[in-house]
Write a protein that binds this ligand. Sequence first.
Ligand code: ARG
Length: 461
Amino acid sequence: NAGSLWGARFASGPSDALRELSRSTHFDWALAHYDIAGSKAHAEALAGAGYLTPDDFAGLTAALDRIDARVADGSLVPGPDDEDVHAVLEQALLHEAGAELGGRLRAGRSRNDQIATLIRLYLRDHVRVIGLQLIDLVDALGAQADATFGAILPGRTHLQHAQPVLLAHHLLAHAWPLVRDLDRLGDWARRADASPYGSGALAGSSLGLDDGLVARRLGFSRTVENSMDGTAARDVVAEFAFIAAMIGVDLSRLAEDVILWSTRDVGFARLHDSWSTGSSIMPQKKNPDIAELARGKAGRLVGDLAGLLTTLKGLPLAYNRDLQEDKEPVFDQVVTLETLLPAVTGLVATLRFDVERMAASAPEGYSLATDVAEWLVKQGVPFRDAHEITGALVAVAESRGVGLDGLDDAELRAVSPALTPDVRSVLTAEGSVASRTGVSGTAPERVRHQLATLTERVRSA
Ligand code: ARG
């Protein structure tokens, strides 16, 4: 079984069906660069412990660098019979460094500790990319909040008009979850910052290698504490998968608002031509495909997480081949998010808001009723009664088909003597928004402060 990492104790080679099932090069080749980095660090540890002469070490390092260059320029690729990334790279090393020297590198390590390390290195790099992309999106939301500052739209609960809010407040309500996702990526990086290299197959190495050196060379601040845990645990991968799924869900909720705002019926936002799509039959159509793909891909990102957790559930310690299934879900999440995030950022950055239409809609649906009730409280009416009085007022206005500001003094008084003409002072969306001065409220000065806090948070991320 030439080219395999095992086989001497087998009387026959693997069947075609086994080979086909077992092969992982079509996805784990993405880890080739990290595997070579691990090999160089491992060679240094072998040299440090006296298993390689300085010349051997230099020869291996040079050979590994040549292989890395061939991976990068595409002249080294897996063949149909190669089992995994490790097998391809060992073959290449035997070729580059000769069988005698190349054959020394495998001492004291296993594919089990290698792969557990490589997936961390891969995710660590992509966490940085995704983090920067998230910051771009938060910046785009902040820039829109700034550009539209003062615009008011109907805030909704149950999708019904509830109370007027600043558009900036609404946009920032989509930014904060993304800031928390950024925090989660940072927390993840701290937990993932331990190298499993040196755990061997499961029990650690007997060769007296300096695992701490390998960890440092690979950019980890420490090694894992337990070699069985190091090779068998995948919570670091699952945690990444959760964060990716959460980002997908957060993008999907933002997308749903954009879809709603851009409908003919709501009409609060227009999509930029470069960030929307047309129809092959209906010439007039302009569709929010980016937002819909964001909503759709959330399902896929969640599915990747669910699949991974299901794979891990019930696995005995230590390594099991099931663990090979950890990679495709997170690779899929990485590609999905890195493609999706810039598109959503462009969509958000180029939205044009119809500020007049939003303003006209803001007080509709009796969305100032809470302001009337709170005005009554300020006149000394218990809130329970204020709620009843305002509810009755809404019923009168609704039966007459007018807004609260369409009732005359006598009609107000008929509902309650407490409803003096002064109540009209709170019957504007601007007044309502301006009055909500609680720390997290939608009053303009609060939202200004909120925007500054958000910008500050993202700068220090
Ligand atoms: N390809 C495997 C994985 O992705 C690593 C190789 C370990 N294989 C083994 N037979 N121990 O998990």
